[in-house]
Design a protein around this ligand. Structure first.
Ligand code: NAD
Length: 277
């Protein structure tokens, strides 16, 4: 028996990284999965974003586990595209039980050097995109009087981060949004919670640009990032964590084990906030 037997999970940013871990974990626990991803490059993002082959790979991994999968190349900034994906999912799978609003980008500059495009793309994806994703599934969940929403924030939803004020603003914002969604959906028996990942090894953080930024010079290394403290964790021996640690927390939140848990945010940061908070 799986923890999500018979459920349908709708996962944004599911082509790779944490989103793929959510998809595979949900499938392993018995859910059919809908994978949403822009699968294209955005103008302000300096590292390579996911593409169609990444999306296909997530679908293949879900199907290998014997579960059904649907994928949609959707930008979470488009309400119409999200609504259409929800409609197609309900007509194919009959329902949506779980939303994991995970899609996100990470760009860096001192706040006074951020361009309007930097700010607007960040808000559009990491804050407004979460609201639009929840808005897309809420009427269906309300009708069924059932559902679980998990939002991916960050430790930067609880603390500042040098040179990404826009990211910090969006990640704080989704915690407020999560609490309001939890409050407004509680009368219908629908839960909403969020997760604050620490440093997770995914293509978002595993690239030369991120290492250079934390090293403070070109030619930075992953070791420079560790010494720079970005993922300085209290728990002995922890540097970057695998995406699975976040997928396991979402699994708990989406399962019956968390049936009485709503409106909370859970840091999964190996104690990072103990040192900085
Ligand atoms: P990632 O870059 O590997 O995955 C993010 C996915 O979101 C990609 O597949 C990307 O194509 C997709 N995406 C981006 N913009 C989109 C849009 N407009 N519409 C649809 N899809 C879009 O990075 P990840 O580490 O797996 O990030 C997942 C989430 O975790 C993000 O919200 C991120 O901010 C958050 N997070 C990451 C870390 C970390 O250290 N990696 C730490 C804290 C929080």
């Amino acid at each position: 028996m799986g923890m999500l037997d018979g459920k349908v999970a709708f996962i944004t940013g599911g082509a790779r990284g944490q989103g793929r871990a959510h998809a595979v974990t949900s499938a392993r626990e018995g859910a059919d999965v809908v994978v949403i991803d822009i699968a294209a490059q955005m103008g302000t993002v300096p590292y390579k974003m996911a593409d169609g082959s990444d999306l296909a790979e997530t679908v293949a991994q879900v199907e290998t586990l014997g579960r059904r999968a649907l994928s949609f190349e959707v930008d979470v900034r488009s309400q119409a595209s999200l609504d259409d994906a929800v409609t197609q999912t309900i007509s194919t799978f009959g329902k949506i039980d779980i939303l994991i609003a995970n899609a996100g980008i990470w760009t860096q500059a001192p706040f006074w050097e951020l361009s309007e495009d930097d700010w607007e793309e960040m808000m559009g994806v990491n804050l407004t995109g979460v609201w639009k994703s929840a808005k897309a599934v809420a009427p269906h969940m309300i009708e069924r009087r059932s559902g679980s929403i998990v939002i991916t924030s960050s430790v930067n939803g609880l603390e500042p981060g040098m040179n990404y004020a826009h990211y910090v603003t969006a990640k704080h914002g989704v915690i407020g949004l999560m609490k309001n969604i939890a409050l407004e959906l509680a009368p219908y028996g629908i839960r909403c919670n969020s997760i604050n990942p620490g440093a997770i090894k995914t293509p978002m953080t595993d690239h030369q640009g991120a290492w250079d930024m934390f090293a403070g010079h070109e030619g930075g290394t992953e070791a420079d990032m560790i010494e720079g403290g970005y993922h300085f964790h209290a728990l002995k021996g922890t540097t970057f964590m695998p995406p699975q640690v976040i997928a396991d927390t979402a699994l708990y939140l989406n399962s019956d084990l968390a049936a009485s848990v709503t409106g909370v945010t859970i840091p999964v940061d190996a104690g990072h906030l103990l040192l900085t908070g």
